[in-house]
Design a binder for this molecule. Structure first.
Ligand code: 2HA
Ligand code: ZN
Length: 273
């Protein structure tokens, strides 16, 4: 990592580890082919790693409007990928390709506090809307991830797969681990303009029921306690999609695990549904 003397990470091992984990996940997104150009976004609530010295840091940019008022985010701190920045660059230099922001007391503006004036992702309002909801309901989730997993996006081009829980059931049935490690399945949001309010609101609605939400013909939005857990949920779903597609490429429809085998799994692993 790029750790020049002015970095906020210096002398803060816990925060450094958190940022290293984000960089590691960004590297995986690139290696997987899920993060072409500046594709995808990461936002992580890092407030628990923020000390008094960070709270005293002056803003290094103007007060910027979020575009929403998010009452639970007052004084919260986030690491955000920078707008236009590439995951493959963030993987090596997270503090050059993302920044740490503070939400101001009006809950409607933010400032950047470290390390540089890297403006946050254009999807900031939708990510913060979700983080606001986590705090509102007392959720332990602190990470939001948007990425473009090839096989899952390909499957979203088929209307039949977009009906409620059709893809969840299909993907769960490809290999037992998928249900164990993505127990709520895959929610669906029909195509909406990237960055739009309707996309953000529809995503928030699906997150009441799912940890991973498919954006039709675009990508997925995943949430969890940390970025690696959010990545893992997408990764197991995508593995199942690859198994399905491999079987189809061999010229047959895969059988999938039977309903009985799925039920046995659900009970053995104490899964919710
Ligand atoms: O920010 O992937 O959908 C890059 C994106 C937006
Ligand atoms: Zn996208």
């Amino acid at each position: 990592m790029n750790m020049d003397s002015k970095s906020i990470l210096n002398g803060r091992p816990a925060l450094s580890l958190k940022i290293e984990q984000i960089a590691e996940a960004a590297g995986y997104l690139w290696q997987k082919g899920w993060a072409e150009r500046n594709g995808g976004n990461i936002t992580v609530n890092i407030t628990e790693y923020v000390d008094d010295a960070i709270r005293q840091l002056p803003a290094i940019c103007e007060e910027n409007p979020i575009g929403l008022t998010l009452p639970h985010l007052k004084g919260q701190y986030f690491y955000c990928k920078g707008t236009g920045k590439r995951m493959r660059d963030l993987a090596r230099y997270p503090m050059d390709n993302g920044s740490i922001i503070r939400i101001l007391d009006d809950c409607a503006h933010y400032v950047i506090v470290a390390d540089q004036q890297v403006m946050p992702t254009s999807e900031l309002p939708s990510h913060l809307l979700v983080h606001n909801w986590f705090l509102e309901i007392g959720s332990p989730y602190r990470a939001t991830l948007h990425t473009h997993p090839i096989e899952l996006v390909a499957m979203s081009h088929n209307k039949d797969f977009l009906k409620k829980d059709v893809l969840s059931q299909l993907l769960w049935s490809m290999i037992p681990e998928t249900k164990a490690f993505c127990p709520k399945g895959l929610g669906i949001v029909n195509y909406q303009l990237p960055g739009s309010t309707i996309l953000a609101q529809s995503t928030l609605k699906e997150l009441q029921e799912y940890d991973v939400v498919m954006w039709e013909k675009h990508g997925v939005f995943a949430v969890d306690e940390d970025i690696m857990k959010a990545f893992d949920q997408v990764d197991v779903l995508c593995k199942s999609a690859q198994i399905y597609i491999s079987a189809k490429n061999m010229g047959f429809e895969p059988d999938g695990m039977s309903q009985e085998q799925m039920k046995e799994m659900t009970i053995a692993f104490h899964l919710p549904k």
